[in-house]
Design a protein around this ligand. Structure first.
Ligand code: ZN
Length: 156
């Protein structure tokens, strides 16, 4: 497949996800909530997470928001890829996605759908659009982890 055809394929998947997202909405219940904004393009996202009881595994991710095709498709693909992942695995995926946007890495076979976003790395102005949902996810996971110690009473 030529590079041009491959690029067309990527664009098709991105447009398809933008027009018919599979993971739009809010989770029920909402265990984590985080807003994200990309001022350079005007994309906004509201991410909700449903976690398991221990709070260390993602049961479901949903998103709401408005933005360009790349930001919305990226959020939809991310939501799909995160089902059943631990929060640790999810944070590693954030790192990998950001590395992919720098042209350094790609996802392994089982998460290869995310590699569709690889083409965006060729358009530096759109990288922030693709990264928005992942950046927001990182905040959703880490902010909660920081808040946790204060919520615990120590008996020492
Ligand atoms: Zn955008």
């Amino acid at each position: 497949m030529s590079l041009d055809n491959l690029r067309d394929l990527y664009q098709q998947v991105i447009l398809e996800r933008y027009k018919k997202p599979k993971f739009k909405g809010k989770t029920d219940p909402v265990d984590r909530y985080q807003k994200g904004h990309n001022p350079s393009c005007g994309d906004t996202i509201e991410l909700t997470l449903h976690l398991n009881e221990a709070g260390d595994r993602i049961e479901e991710v949903r998103f709401d928001g408005e933005g360009c095709a790349i930001s919305m498709a990226s959020a939809d693909l991310m939501a799909e890829a995160l089902r059943g992942k631990t929060t640790t695995e999810a944070l590693a995926m954030v790192q990998r996605f950001q590395a992919m946007m720098r042209g350094e890495e790609e996802f392994p076979q089982e998460q290869r759908k995310l590699n569709v976003m690889q083409g965006v790395a060729q358009f530096p102005v759109r990288i922030k659009c693709a990264n928005l949902s992942w950046h927001t996810l990182k905040a959703a996971i880490e902010n909660a982890a920081e808040a946790q110690p204060a919520g615990f009473i120590s008996n020492e």
